[in-house]
Design a protein around this ligand. Structure first.
Ligand SMILES: [Zn+2]
Length: 470
């Protein structure tokens, strides 16, 4: 890794570095300024590329709005940390490994200093998963393979472009509130222990959400040192499935595309605005209380409004040299009876020609995939990036239930704890322990056994505690 001298440090920069040097030691007097840069690279697939998000083959036919690999690089004293977010439905371990390797080669930044997450847009390209889904979505045909072959280099390009323009910056954070746009998409009816999934409208006299939502909009802004300078980047965090856009076979970033565009327009057209999805495994935009259907534009605007309201409350963070810690967690796969497996085989044999419903198809695919991989360990990476004693970003590798995210935020020793899900790979849905007996979509499509989510949170909390100021 290279050590670069910071060019023309401003007075504020010197004050910040000095305050840090006194507070947090291993920095020598010769320590360089905290620097940041961001870049984005278009990763919109060509027509004909297989799409993600559904249990069938759909080929891209046009673009509603482009999708990007967006990278924020932070650095001090030659130590880097990189947050990449992709406008994709998910990440896979092989793709993340390939991208980290490309980043090492092209940017000289160690792969384990890089966090790569996905926004979870359902109007993006499919990636190979090494499972039945590859056949169902035809992702291993030449157009699908061409996309995945190019992707790691494009991700590395976004990191490389950012790294080339690192400049002194100061981070600031705030938490906005967006109430009333996300909903716990699992509902319980009085007298029943079975969850209802994605109801259109509920009767509040007898039905209630099975769990909470997370209304917090995490806002992390990197401001340049020059007076009146535009922000360099914003890293924005909210938990809700991006399944709102009616794009058909066209590519779209869904509501995160609107959200980040509006934040740029309002707060700095020259900056890169990045959206990382939080623990949204069981959260969607379907408003079953009013029965209203909010558009992609309405959802993105509501989040931008919450960010604009929070903007004046941005609090400067005292920076430290960027720190990154990861842990590999081995989880147990669910097990199934012979009867379950036989039923799943029958469903999968019919699902290409019959419409059997999302939950039925998801369960069958999950059973066969899980059984097929039973001898392979289910390894999940938990990662934490911190460049301040006040803020940490946690990466979790799946679609994490909100209960788990809220528990982690509450227990974290950091003042601000932001979470990026579908990061550094994905193990699929990760319900909290209480949700398993309630069944339905997310539970029947979970690959991991009950208790796995709690284990991930325990490991994340251990890392946070180790990294927090003593
Ligand atoms: Zn999902």
């Amino acid at each position: 890794m290279t050590r670069k001298k910071s060019p023309g440090k401003s007075v504020a920069g010197i004050a910040l570095s000095a305050a840090f040097a006194l507070a947090a030691m291993p920095l020598s007097a010769a320590g360089t300024a905290f620097r940041v840069a961001a870049a984005q690279v278009d990763i919109t697939p060509k027509n004909g590329t297989p799409m993600a998000g559904f249990y069938k083959f759909r080929a891209v036919d046009g673009v509603m709005d482009p999708i990007y690999a967006k990278s924020i690089v932070v650095e001090q004293n030659g130590e880097h940390a990189v947050m990449v977010v992709l406008d994709l439905c998910f990440t896979t371990r092989p793709m993340v490994t390939a991208a980290r390797k490309a980043i090492e080669e092209q940017c000289g930044i160690a792969g384990d200093r890089v966090m790569i997450s996905a926004t979870h847009t359902h109007s993006g390209p499919q990636l190979p998963r090494g499972s039945l889904m590859d056949d169902i979505t035809k992702v291993t045909t030449p157009p699908g393979m061409a996309y995945i072959k190019e992707l790691p280099a494009l991700i590395a390009q976004s990191v490389s472009e950012a790294k080339a323009k690192l400049k002194p910056a100061k981070p600031a954070a705030a938490i906005g509130k967006a109430d009333g746009i996300s909903f716990n998409r699992r509902v319980l009816r009085n007298g029943s222990k079975e969850a209802i999934w994605l109801p259109l409208k509920i009767d509040p006299a007898i039905e209630r959400p099975a769990g909470p939502i997370d209304p917090d909009v995490g806002v992390l802004v990197f401001q340049g040192h020059a007076d009146g300078a535009e922000p360099i980047a914003a890293w924005l965090n909210f938990a809700m499935h991006p399944v709102s856009v009616d794009a058909g076979l066209k590519i779209s970033a869904d509501y995160p595309g609107v959200f980040t565009r509006l934040v740029r327009e309002r707060h700095g057209p020259g900056m890169i605005a990045v959206f990382a999805n939080g623990c949204c495994g069981n959260l969607g935009h379907g408003d079953y209380l009013s029965g209203k259907k909010r558009s992609t534009l309405e959802l993105g605007t509501a989040l931008a409004d919450a960010t604009t309201v929070a903007w004046p409350n941005l609090k400067s963070l005292k920076t430290t040299v960027p720190r990154v810690r990861s842990a590999q967690v081995t989880l147990q796969r669910r097990t199934f009876s012979e009867a379950d497996i036989a039923r799943a085989k029958d469903i999968v044999s019919r699902m290409m020609t019959e419409n059997l419903g999302t939950v039925t198809m998801a369960e069958a695919v999950c059973i066969l995939e899980t059984v097929g991989k039973q001898s392979m360990p289910l390894v999940a990476e938990v990662q934490v990036i911190a460049f301040s004693d006040e803020l940490a970003i946690v990466a979790l590798p799946g679609e994490i239930f909100v209960e788990l995210g809220l528990a982690l935020k509450k227990a974290s020793p950091f003042k601000y704890t932001f979470i990026a899900e579908l990061a550094n790979g994905s193990i699929g849905y990760v319900p909290d322990r209480d949700a398993y007996p309630q069944g339905n979509y997310e539970v029947v499509s979970a690959r991991c056994e009950a208790g796995s989510g709690e284990k991930l949170i325990e490991v994340a909390l251990k890392l946070l505690n180790e990294m927090a100021k003593p």
